[in-house]
Ligand binder design. Structure first.
Ligand code: APR
Length: 235
């Protein structure tokens, strides 16, 4: 097949070599703070200042000029620009490194750290700075209702219909830098198995490694550029 339809799923592992922590590695985010305290709607209702502080710290880190897209992000952006067939990059990551690398056909299923959403009027705004309970919405002027535009545990990921349609059409599914422990993303490979070729590029086997036809283990900045080169060479 000349140019199979591609769906690429990425997770925190693709941003690790840019200097951003993953979630479940030994030095990961969930080793330092509990999901129940900072990443659920209940946590936000109970202690919004604590949740804002957690995301303000992550947003501040992302503004650090030392945090930049790495060779894996750049290779996927090159693939996006060069691939004449269908391609959708679905990222679980809330960082903006795929965006800054130049990926266009990109969907953030868990939202974006650099955007804020008003719970009063639902408007979503670019938001590189801190948020607090005193922040007013630029659209409706209400205070107290601004939240990170990030999907919390217990909430539905974004754009699932668009993701499902892309999975229905895909001939090649590639998962990069994700531990395969969080659904629905971890279930995408099982959804396409049997009718699409499936490849896992990860530092080590994920929890769903056995669902994949092929696996390339190693750091993303090595596996992704060589995989993209293979794809563009028509291999
Ligand atoms: N190159 C490739 N893979 C790597 C690298 C690297 N340099 N470093 C780590 N990894 C792999 C790890 O082996 C692990 O399998 O990346 C994966 C990261 O897994 P998680 O930390 O669980 O991150 P992720 O799969 O993206 O988590 C999914 O869980 O907490 C929620 O919403 C959050 O989007 C996140 C979701």
């Amino acid at each position: 097949m000349a140019h199979p339809s591609l769906v690429i799923l990425t997770g925190a592992g693709i941003s690790r070599e840019s200097g951003l922590a993953t979630f479940r590695d030994a030095d990961g985010i969930w080793a330092k703070v509990r999901i129940e305290d900072v990443a659920t709607p209940e946590a936000f209702a109970r202690d919004p200042a604590r949740v804002h502080a957690f995301y303000n710290a992550r947003r501040a880190q992302l503004r650090d000029p030392a945090i930049r897209p790495n060779a894996a992000h750049r290779a996927l952006a090159e693939l996006d620009a060069a691939w004449p067939g269908e391609l959708l990059l679905v990222t679980q990551n809330v960082d903006d490194l795929h965006d800054r690398a130049g990926s266009r056909r990109l969907l953030h299923m868990h939202g974006e750290l650099m955007r804020a959403r008003c719970m009063t009027c639902e408007a979503v705004h670019p938001w590189p700075d801190d948020l607090s309970t005193a922040t007013t919405c630029p659209a409706c002027g209400q205070a107290g209702g601004m939240r990170p535009h990030v999907v919390w545990f217990g909430e539905m990921p974004l754009d699932m219909a668009r993701i499902g349609a892309a999975l229905d059409r895909c001939d090649l599914f590639v998962a990069i830098g994700t531990s395969g422990q969080v659904y629905p993303a971890a279930g995408f490979v099982a959804e396409v198995a049997g009718r699409a070729r499936t490849v896992e590029l990860n530092l080590e086997p994920s929890a769903v490694a056995s669902d994949f036809d092929e696996a390339l283990h190693g750091p993303a900045t090595e596996t992704v550029p060589s995989f993209v080169a293979r794809l563009l060479a028509g291999a």
